[in-house]
Design a protein. Structure first.
Length: 357
């Protein structure tokens, strides 16, 4: 794992990231469960402007789980590399899908199940090959990294490209192309993760008794984080309002995670001392998670029926049923027939005709 075996902090960050995904994924199910209970009671729904959910304890339990999950995710960045923590956020989608299928009786088709398996496999591969970031244990070292010419160039490129997307591409293509607003969220999000990482280090120093509150860098990072998150929320809401959620969610995950990995590689030099097999493993794990998230979202409303099979498989299915039909004629009455109900009816009709003859 890139030398992470001797660092207990790495496993603390990994545990916090996994706990964050579990709490955030469960929070959606608890909130939905509370809203459904209100709907069964005939109360005004949230989509119709009602606020009866504020009196539902399940909704508050979901909100509490969401807060705990976000706090755990925030803390995870202080212990583990951002290249590991950010992709593991996809597991919250997996947890939400599985729990919704179990407790809300929402259908999880075969594409969704394959997507869940791929997300788990990809996450496992990324944990095994997680990059080892350069040691950042104080705000002073964080300040030195922020002054690195490579990161300054990256930050300037992010800001300039975001301004062009907002003021040039947005008015022209924002209503027709999902990438415009999602790219703004992803690019600015990479900077917000860096701010979170710095604030996590500041909190660790604060709890150890150092006079962090007198350091201006901590306050600068806090202000930048508020600005970045405000921009992210604004343009993510615009994207969700214009385009389907099943399209926005996987596209945003891929672009946001890619931007964070690039920013972390430049700022924290996470990939500098990685061997080739760990680099390939990290990229492969990330692409596997992307494939799983795509299957989970893009086809979640598509029922999987035998008619969707390729023609050669449908032909094989027909031949298989024909062989079952011929084999069933020679079975004893003690065996259960393997035919569908309509085949059973036709078979019984054939028997009755044979008996009458």
């Amino acid at each position: 794992m890139g030398g992470a075996g001797g660092r207990p902090g790495f496993y603390v960050g990994l545990g916090l990231a996994l706990a964050s995904s579990a709490f955030i994924g469960g929070s959606f199910v608890l909130k939905k469960k509370g809203l459904l209970r209100l709907c069964r009671r005939g109360r005004a729904r949230a989509g119709q402007g009602g606020h009866a959910y504020l009196q539902e304890w399940l909704w508050w339990a979901g909100l509490l789980c969401m807060g705990v999950g976000e706090a755990a995710n925030f803390a995870a960045y202080a212990f583990a590399p951002a290249t590991l923590v950010t992709p593991l956020g996809a597991l919250s989608v997996l947890v939400s899908a599985v729990l919704s299928s179990t407790f809300l009786h929402e259908q999880l088709n075969v594409h969704g199940k394959i997507g869940c398996i791929l997300s788990i496999l990809g996450s496992t591969v990324m944990v095994i090959h997680a990059p080892q970031e350069e040691e950042v244990s104080s705000l002073e070292s964080m300040a030195e990294k922020l002054k690195d010419p490579g990161f300054i160039v990256f930050a300037v490129c992010v800001l300039v490209s975001s301004l062009l997307l907002i003021f040039v591409a947005g008015p022209r293509y924002g209503q027709s192309n999902v990438l415009v607003y999602v790219l703004v969220c992803s690019a600015i999000g990479s900077l917000s993760v860096s701010c979170v990482k710095g604030l996590g280090i500041a909190l660790k120093e604060l709890f150890s008794g150092k006079p962090v509150l007198k350091e201006p860098l901590g306050w600068v990072l806090l202000v930048c984080l508020v600005i970045c998150i405000s921009i992210q929320i604004n343009y993510l809401n615009k994207a969700l309002d214009i385009f389907n959620t099943s399209v926005v969610t996987p596209v945003y995950y891929v672009l946001f995670t890619t931007a964070v990995m690039m920013c972390s590689a430049i700022l924290f030099k996470e990939w500098q001392h990685m061997v080739l097999d760990n680099i390939i493993g990290t990229i492969s794990g990330f692409l596997t998670i992307v494939s799983g998230i795509f299957l989970l979202h893009a086809f979640r409303d598509m029922p999987f029926t035998p008619d969707l099979l390729p023609l050669f498989l449908q032909q094989g299915r027909t031949d298989l049923h024909a062989s079952w039909r011929s084999a069933d004629r020679h079975q004893s009455c003690q065996h259960q027939p393997l035919l569908p109900s309509e085949d059973k009816g036709s078979h019984s009709t054939e028997e009755e005709e044979a008996e009458s003859v």
